[in-house]
Design a binder for this molecule. Structure first.
Ligand SMILES: Cc1ncc(C[n+]2csc(CCOP(=O)(O)OP(=O)(O)O)c2C)c(N)n1
Ligand code: SF4
Ligand SMILES: [Mg+2]
Length: 286
């Protein structure tokens, strides 16, 4: 079991002062410690972006992949050793733009992992272009007259696409964000935690103040996360009121459950020295 001190990689974060990525890093650490996860069994896979740098600052096994590819790499890690606690992290551009195809298929596969998206509604690392979650009319250097498209709604996509845990957190509420991430890690199946993450340098619209004014927390009295129709309706609530919390959660067989080959022993621990593939070669090559 890790302590907070065990989780420091020794590298100081390079994010801008005040960036909403800092609370996400702390929330992940809180969740790992509170959930009693061992760092030997935790792997964090990221894409490319300011968000993609998170594994540099956390002492776990890690893989900084390429832009939009955190999920396929994380899926490979999980299928190779399904005993690992696998986290994927990345930005809104990474996951909901170039990586959207992987996102959709990860949802329906229901591989047991937790995907945390730093949703700052902008491309941060490349210095402030419109992203798939930027609001219509949002002016950036790539849309000087305002974005012409409606934004992707990641929570609605996740609920309709087959995710079995769909939650929203906010970088301005660390205890709640830590809880959303811990529940996502403990969930058996594909868990999405979309985090409203202010980019203090390039997004002057979706600020801490903007979200603090609008966000409210779902309570068990307000919403039963097993109610899919209500979860879907809530995923569209945006504007004056923005819900935070677990919108949707259901139990379902995971992808790994359907693989008898790894039922007893993870793939990476299986003996590959003594497999007789001659019969297979004869069948296909002869
Ligand atoms: C294949 C590919 N296309 C484009 C880029 C350039 N690029 C790097 S990060 C990025 C977008 C970053 O935005 P986001 O994913 O939202 O992450 P953030 O920096 O906001 O955390 C882009 C377009 C790249 N590295 N690789
Ligand atoms: S550019 Fe934005 S997202 Fe990137 S580190 Fe700075 S504040 Fe954070
Ligand atoms: Mg972004």
């Amino acid at each position: 079991m890790a302590t907070m001190a065990d989780l420091n990689s020794g590298h100081m974060p390079t994010w801008c002062p005040g960036c909403g990525d800092f609370p996400i890093l702390i929330a992940i650490k809180n969740a790992l410690v509170k959930g009693g996860f061992s760092m030997e069994e935790t792997v964090v896979v990221s894409g490319i972006g300011c968000s993609g740098k998170l594994p540099h600052f956390l002492k776990s096994y890690a893989f900084e992949s390429i832009h939009g590819r955190a999920l396929p790499v994380a899926s490979g890690v999980k299928l190779c050793n399904d005993k690992l606690n696998v986290l994927a992290v990345g930005g809104d551009g990474d996951g909901y733009g170039i990586g959207m195809g992987h996102f959709i298929h990860s949802l329906r596969r229901n591989i047991n992992m937790c995907y945390i998206v730093h949703d700052n509604q902008i491309y941060g690392l490349t210095t402030g272009q419109t992203s798939p979650t930027s609001e219509r009319g949002f002016k950036t250097k790539s849309t000087p007259n305002g974005a012409l498209e409606d934004p992707v709604n990641p929570l609605a996509v996740a609920i309709t696409g087959g995710a079995t845990y769909v939650a929203r957190g906010f970088s301005g509420d660390l205890p709640h964000l830590s809880e959303m991430i811990l529940r996502g890690m403990q969930h058996r199946g594909f868990a999405l935690v979309d985090v409203l993450q202010p980019c203090v340098t390039f997004n002057k619209l979706n600020t801490y103040e903007y979200f603090t004014k609008r966000c409210y927390k779902l309570t068990p009295e307000m919403h039963d996360p097993a109610d899919r129709a209500k979860a879907y309706a809530l995923s569209w609530e945006w504007g004056d009121k923005i819900p935070l919390g677990v919108l949707y959660e259901v139990k379902k067989e995971t992808y790994e459950d359907g693989l008898p080959q790894i039922k007893d022993t993870p793939l990476c621990k299986q003996d590959i020295e003594h497999i007789d593939i001659k019969k297979l070669i004869d069948e296909y090559v002869a």
